[in-house]
Design a protein around this ligand. Structure first.
Ligand SMILES: Nc1ncnc2c1ncn2[C@@H]1O[C@H](COP(=O)(O)OP(=O)(O)O)[C@@H](O)[C@H]1O
Ligand SMILES: O=C(OP(=O)(O)O)[C@H](O)COP(=O)(O)O
Length: 397
């Protein structure tokens, strides 16, 4: 793979460089609640700008439906990036339309601009190769080189991640390079017990990694929205909790496979339930006694203790996905307990994922209490699975 250093060594003054960043930050209205991904994107962008490049940043925010939607505008991220760089970052009102053409045309050496949310164009996430290639061609027409630095999205075969790298001289960015370097320590010769903790809300996306993880880990702790499909597969009622009904058979298979392999699969023994998403009033119930009209929004106090005890003797830990809806104080206890157990541990500990990393910071845990805080959740998991990451393999080609 050609690296950012190679590109800088070639000389970038006056060249237009398209940088794919992951600026998928959590928002409260138009306020960024955790700017970790913007901060992580700065070094690569700054290195290029300082070397006189004309930098064009492309990124996504959330999962809009392939058309412009102001709720998912990158305006807050562009403003924050400008603050961190100490120079204005103009945001084009579109992705490859007249506004983008004019904003890119006005770029001067050392300047940085941003294109509006790449997922406002349905071709970005299209399954049709030709559609993605067409958008990639339009993006590539703005630039002379491409730098792939959105680690959180390298597992997506999308136009701005994968296809565009075939249209321009392509380089791996500093963030992606550094993230891969740390994650390699979790694949070669790791110290055991190796414990993986999974939670969060992207259940259907992330269930798939479990089959492979079962061949690698000693223990798998499952909380967050991910736990309920397991509890249901064990025959428990889960009320109105997040549930991946169509993956129940697959999850039953995981339970059997874990037993066969001697992998300890640990599920919550109690949960905090409420009647309406986000409602702070709640009850603590056994995970085999979730009422039909209630949803589980956090693991309970006994589960917190159980999970902490299962982390205490670990030598290597990877954690993706909050244990509950930590954005609401009442449901932050499980996430805090797992985070604290990692801080207290002297294992090699990696936390990955936009929301997991945000949770660690929002709950006031020391960032240096973890060996590494990764900007990517799904991307890290797929890397640990040993799966080919399209955004990386395209750079190796
Ligand atoms: N029991 C639950 N029910 C619904 N949402 C949950 C539950 N537990 C956690 N979540 C939500 O999961 C989200 C994060 O999930 P995900 O995107 O998979 O994690 P990450 O960004 O760290 O990879 C958080 O916004 C959190 O509120
Ligand atoms: O937030 C992200 O991933 P993560 O939640 O797995 O860390 C990335 O920005 C990828 O977003 P996507 O899962 O909508 O493709």
């Amino acid at each position: 793979m050609k690296t950012l250093s190679d590109l800088l060594a070639e000389g970038v003054a006056g060249r237009r460089v398209l940088v794919r960043a992951d600026l998928n930050v959590p928002l409260d209205g138009d306020k960024i609640t955790d700017d970790g991904r913007v901060r992580a994107s700065v070094p690569t962008i700054k290195a290029l700008a300082d070397a006189g490049a004309r930098v064009i940043v492309t990124a996504h925010l959330g999962r809009p439906k392939g058309e412009p939607d102001p709720k998912f505008s990158l305006a807050p991220a562009a403003a924050r990036l400008g603050e961190l760089l100490g120079a204005e970052v103009a945001l084009a009102a579109d992705l490859v339309g007249p506004s983008a053409t004019s904003v890119v045309g006005a770029l001067t050496d050392g300047g940085v601009v941003m294109l509006e949310n790449v997922r406002f164009d349905a071709r970005e996430t299209s399954k049709d190769d030709a559609e993605r290639a067409e958008l990639a061609e339009e993006l590539a027409s703005f630039a002379d080189a491409f730098v792939s630095d959105g680690f959180g999205v390298v597992h997506r075969k999308q136009a701005s991640v994968y296809d565009v790298a075939k249209k321009l001289p392509a380089y791996v960015g500093g963030l992606v390079d550094a993230e891969l370097g740390v994650l390699r320590k979790l694949t070669d010769d790791l110290e055991r017990p190796y414990v993986v903790v999974l939670g969060g809300a992207k259940v259907s996306d992330k269930l798939g990694v479990i089959a492979n993880l079962l061949t690698k880990v000693d223990r798998l702790l499952i909380g967050g929205g991910m736990a309920y499909t397991f509890l249901k597969a064990q025959g428990h009622e889960v009320g109105t909790s997040l549930l991946q009904e169509d993956q129940l058979d697959q999850v039953s298979g995981f339970l059997a496979e874990a037993e066969k392999r001697g992998v300890e699969l640990v599920l919550p023994v109690d949960v905090l339930v409420t009647s309406e998403f986000g409602k702070p009033e709640h009850d603590v119930v056994g995970s085999d006694a979730i009422p039909a009209d209630k949803m589980g929004l956090d693991i309970g106090p006994k589960s917190q203790e159980l999970f902490a005890s299962k982390l205490a003797d670990a030598r290597t830990v990877f954690w993706n996905g909050p244990m509950g809806v930590f954005e609401i104080d009442e449901y932050a206890g499980g996430t805090r307990a797992v985070a604290q157990a990692l801080v207290d541990s002297d294992a090699f500990t990696v936390v990955g994922g936009g929301d997991s990393a945000a949770a660690v910071r929002a709950l006031g845990l020391p960032e240096d209490g973890f060996s590494h805080i990764s900007t990517g959740g799904g991307a890290s998991l797929e890397f640990l699975e040993g799966k080919e990451l399209p955004g990386i393999s395209v750079l190796e080609a």
